[in-house]
Design a binder for this molecule. Structure first.
Ligand code: ADP
Ligand code: MG
Length: 614
């Protein structure tokens, strides 16, 4: 009797389901992707009991023809690719042809669809986790598809045990729909839980609509401090919104990154973004962003992981470099003049948000957006003020109108933008030896003297050092260091990069190197650890910021000691000089730890404090 036997199709599907279907949220993700791939303009999601009892997704996409219905539920059956070449440039979210088969093997699934826009006559197929002989019955349905998944894991009790509370599962479901809604602004999304409307996100037809959708998904505070970015280089475009460093998070929970419309969590991408923020974020804080990377599908491999959450770039180093440089540049460009504090700037009169329409999907979270039946892809909305390096004026503009939208601020004082008064105004006094008080066009400016000076000193020291390259010194006795052969190869391959960083190393054997030179500023550092970490970075990302980071930490300490301490009396001209320095210094809106260096109170705010004009 043979020991090896073929798995039954059902068992094979259940095993495959282990990879794709972890919990209700993963079912929803697959169903939403199918709806979007079918060109849906409107997707309605109804869930019960955290999705365990039921998930129903209804779309108005192209639908499935009667003959295709059984195939849709079979494993390895897809309408999205036919050849290996198709896979290379795949533009749809799905392509593996296994989601419906997997889901139907661990639930009670009903697929109802109609591919004919002229009729209401559709077809319905049911499968109850049995082998896939499906019966196709007529069913009334407009063009589009409804997939209903009930009793998830009813036949796989072991999997069922891993499910969490209804609330937790629902939170995961909500995250999925939010992410998809961020990936396709041109599509309307509705979510109901236990008959209650949770989200009603109508299709966006302008950038303002897009920003409102983001505000309702990521919170208005994110949008208030977000900068719009749109930048490109040959064949790659990056656009979206990044939060100013002063809006940071204790967790990496407000980070949305899309590659060609696909939700992606990628090590290389997060590293590049973290690096761009490295100098302006307090240690342990996380930046917030909603970013879209668009590039030729042929240079991204999306078939890396069954849930397609990871991608592989053909030229990872270029992508990393592009992300880092462009975002770093935008962040460095933020100066006091741009940081219109709430209510500080003259608000342009904005049209009020459309009030929520009472509909069956009335959601409390989203703002009322008008439904548009046919809208182009999100990226086509992007306003024309994008450039490779957003100019100061652009940033200022953005922040001004942003605050107008998200703060619903009262009308502020008349402000004739005067040419003469600089953004941080002129010093009038010093408070307790700690704060500088200054007056500008809009009102009062308060500056944390020490924090501001520290940032300025730090930036100066960095610039001075960047200008002359990383100074290096020879070790009296070269250090021998044992490495893996892979690391030794990297040491050889990246020798030039290492030298530019001030590290002179030489291959000594297949598994060791000699360290001959180290950066002057890091003479006290643990050199071997440094070399190991730097090589690891170079091997993974093609670049490293460790040396710069360590150097910058030292500079930051030096800057802190070298800066005006509290309680030092400054003369008015000295204070004014500091204000002018701040305006001219990159990143001077935050101290080296990401805390704000200054704040402002407009006359309107002051008036409010004193109940004037009420
Ligand atoms: P994949 O998406 O990888 O092709 P699936 O198992 O998710 O595999 O779906 C199988 C096929 O069923 C799809 O290729 C598509 O032709 C069809 N299909 C699934 N969902 C829909 C839908 N909502 N609208 C139209 N066709 C669909
Ligand atoms: Mg699919």
């Amino acid at each position: 009797m043979s020991q090896i036997r073929l798995l039954s199709p059902r068992l094979a599907n259940q095993i495959a389901a282990g990879e794709v279907v972890e919990r209700p949220a993963s079912v929803l993700k697959e169903l939403l992707e199918n709806a979007l791939d079918a060109g849906a303009q409107k997707v309605e999601v109804d869930v019960e009991e955290g999705g365990v009892r039921q998930i129903r997704v209804r779309d108005d996409g192209i639908g499935i023809a009667q003959d295709d219905m059984p195939l849709a539920l079979s494993r390895h059956a897809t309408s999205k690719i036919y050849t290996l070449d198709d896979l290379e440039g795949v533009a749809t979210l799905g392509f593996r042809g296994e989601a419906l088969a997997s889901i139907s093997s661990v639930s009670r699934l009903t697929l109802t669809s109609n591919s004919d826009a002229e009729s209401m006559q559709g077809w319905s197929a049911q499968s109850e986790g049995r082998d896939m002989e499906v019966q196709i019955l007529p069913a009334a349905h407009p063009r589009g598809t409804t997939v209903e998944v009930r009793d998830l894991f009813f036949n796989t009790p072991a999997r069922r045990k891993f499910l969490r509370t209804e609330k937790t599962e629902f939170n995961h479901l909500e995250d999925v729909i939010k992410r998809q809604a961020l990936s396709r602004f041109d599509v309307s999304f509705y979510l109901r839980h236990n008959q209650r409307g949770i989200h009603a996100l109508r299709a966006c037809k302008s950038q303002v609509d897009m920003e409102r959708r983001i505000a309702s998904i990521c919170g208005p505070a994110f949008m208030e401090s977000a900068l719009f970015v749109d930048t490109e280089t040959t064949g790659i475009r990056l656009w979206g919104w990044i939060a100013l460093p002063t809006f940071s998070r204790s967790q990496a929970d407000l980070q949305h990154f899309f590659v060609n419309g696909r939700v992606v969590r990628d090590k290389l991408v997060s590293h590049a973004i973290r690096q761009a923020y490295a100098d302006v974020l307090f240690h342990g804080r996380h930046p917030a962003f909603v970013l879209y990377l668009e590039l030729d599908p042929k240079i991204v491999d999306v078939n890396v992981h069954p849930t397609k959450h990871e991608v592989r770039f053909r030229d990872g180093r270029t992508v990393h470099d592009f992300l880092f440089r462009r975002l770093h540049g935008v962040l460095a460009d933020v100066r006091p003049g741009d940081h219109g504090q709430p209510n500080m700037v003259q608000m342009p009169q904005q049209p009020p948000a459309t009030p929520l329409q009472r509909g069956e999907f009335q959601g409390q979270a989203s703002m009322g957006l008008q439904h548009v039946a046919e809208t182009p892809n999100a990226s086509q909305f992007v306003a024309s003020y994008s450039s490779n390096n957003p100019s100061q004026a652009v940033i200022q503009d953005q922040l001004q109108s942003r605050q107008a939208f998200y703060q619903a601020a009262p009308p502020s004082l008349e402000s004739q933008e005067s040419e003469d008064v600089p953004p941080l105004g002129y010093a009038i006094a010093q408070l307790k030896g700690i704060f500088i008080l200054a007056e500008n066009e809009q009102g009062l400016i308060v500056v944390d003297m020490h924090a501001a000076h520290e940032r300025i000193t730090y930036e100066r020291m960095k610039n001075a050092l960047d200008g002359e390259g990383m100074r290096t010194q020879p070790l009296l006795v070269p250090q021998s260091m044992a490495l893996s052969s892979k690391e030794v190869n990297a040491a050889e391959e990246f020798n030039g990069d290492l030298l530019a960083l001030g590290l002179g190393v030489e291959v000594a054997s297949e598994e060791s190197i000699l360290i001959r030179h180290i950066p002057v500023m890091l003479a006290q550092a643990d050199v071997q650890q440094l070399v190991r970490d730097v090589l690891a970075d170079l091997m993974t990302y093609g670049s490293t910021d460790r040396i710069q980071q360590q150097r910058n930490e030292i500079l930051a300490t030096m800057a802190c000691h070298g800066s005006v301490r509290a309680n030092r009396r400054l003369s008015i001209p000295e204070m004014n000089a500091l204000l002018r320095d701040m305006e001219a210094t990159e990143r001077s809106g935050q101290c080296n730890h990401g805390r704000p260096t200054w704040t402002a109170m407009s006359m309107a705010e002051l008036d409010k404090l004193f109940l004037r004009g009420q």
